[in-house]
Design a binder for this molecule. Sequence first.
Ligand code: FAD
Length: 177
Amino acid sequence: MVKVIGGGLAGCEAAYQLAKRGINVKLYEMKPVKFSPAHNNENLAEIVCSNSFKSNLKSNACGLLKEELRMLDSLLLRVADEVKVPAGQALAVDRDLFSKRVTEEISKFSNIEIIKEEVTKIDENELTIIATGPLTSDTLYKEIKKLVKEECLHFYDAAAPIIEKSSIDMNIAFFRR
Ligand SMILES: Cc1cc2nc3c(=O)[nH]c(=O)nc-3n(C[C@H](O)[C@H](O)[C@H](O)COP(=O)(O)OP(=O)(O)OC[C@H]3O[C@@H](n4cnc5c(N)ncnc54)[C@H](O)[C@@H]3O)c2cc1C
């Protein structure tokens, strides 16, 4: 049995890859018991950021990585391709449908037990994947710090420019969800 903590993007992919190989998985997700400041729906694999997974072109690193993930039967890529929305050469998805469909696919596995609770302790004797992302709950964050013996963990994010909608010339731009 493998314990996967965090039912976000990384945790769902990890659970899927283990389960399809016949390994039992306990997938812990703290929603809806507890929400991070950015998460707000009850499904797994919630996209809290941009709905774009960047380029789909095989001529660049992002596109090539995605193609390799498809060849490796990535659940997230399969669902992303299924729920994609027009975005030129990029792979962008309908975020609500994406998390709904990933939740459905994960729920099909009888060997994945989804446990809705916040994990606050790490048992070093259990095989565990920690996939709680940049918004790991505070209590678990303190546990991870103890385990890795690091004073601080860091999450670096690129600051996207924010502009007023009214300042966009819609004659040359288009709106997509
Ligand atoms: C505001 C914001 C904007 C971002 N913008 C971008 C962007 O534009 N592009 C980009 O590539 N990335 C962006 N990111 C990073 C983004 O979070 C990651 O790309 C992606 O979501 C990481 O996936 P993950 O599975 O690691 O974490 P997440 O998708 O966050 O999943 C972690 C899951 O673990 C759960 N969890 C946390 N603690 C516990 C616990 N103790 N017990 C049980 N469950 C727990 C959470 O509820 C969550 O469902 C952004 C992040 C934030 C916060």
